[in-house]
Design a protein around this ligand. Structure first.
Ligand code: ADP
Ligand code: MG
Length: 463
């Protein structure tokens, strides 16, 4: 019927608007390297903040002692304690607890959020066993992983530039987030020194390097997306401090805020951005990351329901609720291999309360998932390729066997198989056969938490 033809038309237009042929990916990668240069040249020189992390030495393996880490990301935060045993022992013992953040705390006041965090940390400290022994007279030390853009003023302090990923707490912006945490710890009577403040990408880079000396960059694909890499200190014109002995500095790109005329943006993306807590910002993040992929899918389905009676004569009311389709639901539907796509059917029933769907409708839904996820995955690959280009590691050097390893982490990368496989194959496509051999993508599981603890260890007040 005409209605079905309209469904197919909407699908086709989406496919066209989301297309990422290799030539486009190269343009995106080139634009990324241009913006990297601009962001390193001057403060505010680019949409890419290219933040200086104050990490000029990555873990060597020698780190030892007992440290805490706290990882505040998007939907959950994790508290962790690790016992580091140096080159031989490595991570001797590790305990962690995950706590989900009550949604109302993401948009209320700074004190409320940090009180909640400090309390959870205090509760975790209270469960410390005998095997984590703190030497007499010592204060506990913490590496604080904070996955939002921060202008660092030292390794252990920095002011919040803005919230992202569904957080919006006005009174934290411009404040020292370590100060906010310390005040909250004092309020709950927890005595602990915040030794290192690190972005999750920087933590993942540190955690990755601890196990693999060839790690040069880290990428997070989770609720949001971001990347960090090791830059040569003399290639950072905006850095006016002393050149670090190592000659290197880890840069937190904040690549989620990247945008370019080369990005394939659709009508759905523009409206999603318009309706978001941070319109005009985090444009790359809004087409790549886990917070948004399911929401893009919802918007396309809503258009199909509205304009082409996709779910019948009326639009399922649930389909009008923003963010009701979560990315894990999308990935479950995308990976449905049953002949009648029964997972797709049951997801649509559970989430949208659509009692029955035909096979051809389910097939359309899977195609939508594929189009939306592939665009995100291929653009992530283009970003990584951009970093490798900036580092001069995108082509094989004659007679050199230099390896470049990218440490990846985040729930999207870890759990959305189609996404991560597409990302890796697109990166290979960009690099070509020869250079692909010297580039490796690894999953640095929980690297950000361990990484923060490692950085706290190497910057301990007792060294
Ligand atoms: P954060 O980014 O909040 O620090 P994670 O790295 O754990 O936390 O990522 C969580 C995000 O990963 C979720 O918000 C979700 O978007 C995505 N995610 C989790 N599980 C899946 C899944 N099975 N399929 C697709 N995406 C997933
Ligand atoms: Mg995280």
């Amino acid at each position: 019927s005409g209605k079905w033809a309209r469904v197919i038309e909407i699908l086709r237009v989406l496919e066209e608007d989301c297309a990422t042929p290799i030539a486009k990916l190269r343009q995106v990668a080139d634009a990324m390297t241009v913006e990297m240069h601009a962001g390193l040249a001057s403060e505010g020189g680019s949409k890419l903040k290219m933040l200086i992390s104050y990490v000029d030495n990555l873990p060597s393996g020698e780190e030892h002692g007992f440290f805490y880490a706290l990882d505040l990301g998007g939907t959950n935060f994790r508290v962790m304690r690790v016992l580091l045993g140096g080159k031989e022992g490595r991570v001797v013992k590790q305990e962690a607890k995950e706590v989900s953040i009550p949604p109302h705390l993401m948009t209320s006041g700074s004190d409320e959020l940090f009180n909640f965090i400090a309390e959870a940390l205090a509760n975790f400290v209270a469960t410390e066993g005998e095997d984590f022994h703190l030497p007499e007279g010592r204060q506990r030390e913490l590496g604080f992983t904070f996955s939002f853009p921060v202008k660092q003023t030292s390794l252990s302090s920095g002011t919040l530039i803005k919230w992202t990923k569904g957080f919006s707490i006005e009174d934290t912006v411009g404040q020292d987030v370590v100060g906010e945490l310390v005040k909250a710890m004092e309020r709950v009577g927890l005595d602990m020194n915040v030794t290192a403040l690190v972005n999750d990408t920087v933590g993942t880079l540190a955690g990755g390097r601890y196990y693999n000396p060839d790690v040069v960059a880290a990428v997070i694909l989770g609720t949001g997306t971001n990347a960090a890499y090791v830059e040569r200190a003399h290639a950072i014109p905006k850095w006016h401090g002393l050149l670090p002995k190592s000659g290197e500095m880890v840069i937190n790109m904040e690549w989620g805020n990247f945008r370019s005329s080369h990005l394939p943006l659709t009508e759905y993306d523009h409206l999603l951005d318009f309706d978001s807590l941070n319109p005009g910002e985090q444009i790359l993040e809004k087409i790549i990351s886990g917070m948004y992929l399911g929401e893009i899918l919802r918007r396309v389905l809503l258009k199909m329901a509205d304009e082409a009676a996709f779910f019948g004569d009326s639009v399922p009311p649930k389909l009008r609720i923003p963010f009701i389709i979560r990315t894990p639901d999308m990935s479950a539907m995308h990976s449905d291999t049953s002949p009648d796509l029964k997972v797709v059917g049951s997801k649509l029933k559970d989430i949208l309360e659509v009692p029955t769907t035909s096979l051809k409708m389910r097939k359309v839904v899977v195609s939508l998932c594929d189009i939306i996820a592939s665009r995100g995955a291929r653009l992530s690959a283009a970003g990584i390729y951009g970093i490798l280009k900036k580092l001069g590691r995108d082509t094989p050097k004659d007679g050199e066997t230099q390896k470049s390893v990218i440490a990846m982490d985040g729930g999207l990368f870890e759990h959305y198989t189609q996404f991560s496989e597409c990302m890796e194959s697109s990166l290979k496509e960009l690099l070509g056969d020869e250079a692909s051999g010297s580039v490796e993508v690894i999953h640095s599981n929980d690297g950000s938490g361990v990484g923060a603890a490692l950085l706290a260890a190497s910057h301990s007040q007792y060294l």
